[in-house]
Design a protein around this ligand. Structure first.
Ligand code: SF4
Length: 87
């Protein structure tokens, strides 16, 4: 699984690169106009989401192209609770 979050979210400039490159994972919040992880992936604990491995390329594309470099992700092994790779 891929854990993904946006930090610091206040720095988001809302030009939607992540939404265009990875609409399966990111959307623009109607509350403040900044990017968020879509509700279906979002943890109840807060702003991060846990998405399936097949969306890694999509998440990485958003990560690599966010102009303010605030998209974070880490590959996690849910069964072992360990992070295997992070950026
Ligand atoms: S690519 Fe970065 S700055 Fe642009 S909307 Fe997404 S999180 Fe915000």
């Amino acid at each position: 699984m891929i854990r993904v979050w946006i930090e610091p979210r206040e720095a988001c400039v809302s030009e939607m690169v992540c939404v265009v490159l990875c609409p399966e994972v990111f959307e623009i919040s109607r509350d403040d106009g900044k990017a968020v992880v879509k509700p279906q992936w979002r943890s109840s604990e807060g702003g991060w989401g846990l998405v399936s491995d097949d969306l890694e390329d999509c998440v990485v594309a958003a990560y690599e192209n966010c102009p303010v470099e605030i998209i974070r992700w880490v590959r996690v092994n849910v069964e072992e609770g360990e992070s295997q790779r992070s950026r």
